[in-house]
Design a protein around this ligand. Structure first.
Ligand SMILES: Cc1ncc(COP(=O)(O)O)c(C=O)c1O
Length: 401
């Protein structure tokens, strides 16, 4: 008998997983796929040697403590370290009690969903936005309302209209820095406006910030949390894109009482985050050259992105538009209106090249003519070789359609 319930039967595989499944199938047949579809940092730069030394040190000095059961709110020395870490984003005045360590940012989003969404609740997001978040919100019964983006991030006029039109909104979800998938960042005036709107319409802002330090010119924006005079912003951080995602370390920041409520959720969910990984991340941030590592990786990503833009502009159909951005892992490409990147996916995939169709990111079903290309995991030479093939396949598809 297969397990079943209304909730379980409502879950479907994530849209992006359907693409990764196709890639895996090809790999099983021994074919090599060049994937611009992932959202991964590049494994070639993971700080393996440092982590080896850290593991040795942890087992030498912290021994059994490091793999014992531990507190649900997180490893206190890591929480304390993060208080200082947040000054990078001009967030000050925090105590370690404002932090809940999570198993990646994704778990934080799940807890906020579990805690704040009831079936039929409205969650407002950017349009487009990160599908992993949209699917989590929906799985808890939320109706997701997307707000259009421009060069300064989410449109505040449209947001206010949506707040007026939807009654109680559980929260507004934003990826304000080097957004997934567009790469755009929210301007400072809009960050302030967003906090004011949350206060005026009695809702919360969930600020998801895994890309904030992947900045090509080194500029780090002040977090929305920096402007949070009302206690309306819940900040979500992660080391997935800057150290390594497999360690699964993220954190939520809120007032102490809210954190305590989320800790009760965590106790019932998985007791605690992996104790060893919390210590690995703490030692890495505290005792090793995190900033040097970041500079090296970001420099490589920047070159890959420049190469990708050059190749897209040279080989994609006339009228293609890209969204300029100063960081992150993604390039958002819009083909001329009337094209459908989901429809053309299988045709292009014959050449073993993958991307993510834009429609997967858009709560309102728009984005049909767009695609997200990831540049972090493919070397410049491969980008030079494969983006023109992608462009050629798109043109062929359009011609023969
Ligand atoms: C915007 C955004 N939030 C959260 C996540 C998940 O991050 P983590 O690995 O910390 O769970 C991702 C991963 O791609 C992301 O793009």
């Amino acid at each position: 008998m297969v397990i079943h319930s209304e909730f379980l039967d409502s879950l479907t595989p994530s849209a992006i997983r359907s693409i990764t499944a196709k890639i895996r199938d090809k790999a099983k047949q021994g074919e090599k796929v060049v994937s611009f579809a992932g959202g991964l940092p590049s494994a070639e730069f993971f700080p393996i040697e440092d982590l080896k030394k850290i593991d040795e040190q942890i087992f030498e000095e912290e021994a059994g403590e490091a793999i014992q059961y531990a507190a649900s709110d997180g490893y206190d020395p890591l929480r304390e370290y993060l208080v200082t870490f947040m000054e990078r984003f001009q967030v000050t005045g925090l105590s370690y009690k404002n932090f809940l360590i999570t198993s990646g940012a994704q778990q934080g989003l799940a807890y906020l969903s579990k805690g704040l969404i009831t079936p039929g609740s409205v969650v407002i997001t950017e349009n487009p936005s990160y599908p992993g978040a949209l699917e989590t919100f929906r799985s808890y019964g939320a109706k997701v309302v997307g707000i259009k983006m421009d060069d300064e991030g989410m449109s505040m006029d449209e947001l206010e209209q949506a707040l007026k039109a939807n009654g109680h909104v559980a929260f507004i979800y934003t990826i304000a820095d080097f957004q997934n998938p567009m790469g755009a960042s929210m301007s400072i005036p809009r960050r302030k406006q967003l906090v004011d709107l949350a206060e005026r319409y009695d809702t919360f802002v969930v600020e998801d910030a895994p890309y904030s330090l992947i900045s090509f010119d080194g500029t780090v924006m002040p977090a929305i949390k920096r402007f949070d005079k009302y206690g309306r912003v819940i900040y979500s951080g992660s080391t997935s894109k800057t150290i390594a995602p497999g360690l699964r370390i993220g954190w939520l920041i809120a007032d102490e009482e809210s954190i305590q409520k989320l800790v009760y959720l965590k106790m019932r969910d998985d007791l605690q985050v992996n104790n060893l990984a919390q210590r690995q991340v703490l030692h890495y941030l505290q005792d090793h050259d995190f900033d040097g590592h970041l500079r090296q990786v970001v420099e490589v990503y920047k070159k890959r992105k420049e190469t990708m833009i050059e190749q897209v502009m040279a080989s994609f159909p006339e009228g293609t538009r890209i969204v300029p951005s100063g960081g992150g892992l993604f390039l958002w490409v819009e083909l001329p209106e009337g094209n459908d990147t989901l429809e053309m996916f299988d045709y292009v995939f014959q050449k073993n090249i993958a991307y993510v169709p834009g429609v997967f990111f858009c709560p309102d079903g728009s984005g049909k003519n767009a695609m997200r290309l990831n540049f972090s995991t493919t070397g410049e030479d491969k980008i030079r070789e494969c983006i023109p093939i992608l462009g050629q396949m798109i043109k062929e598809y359009i011609q023969h359609k």
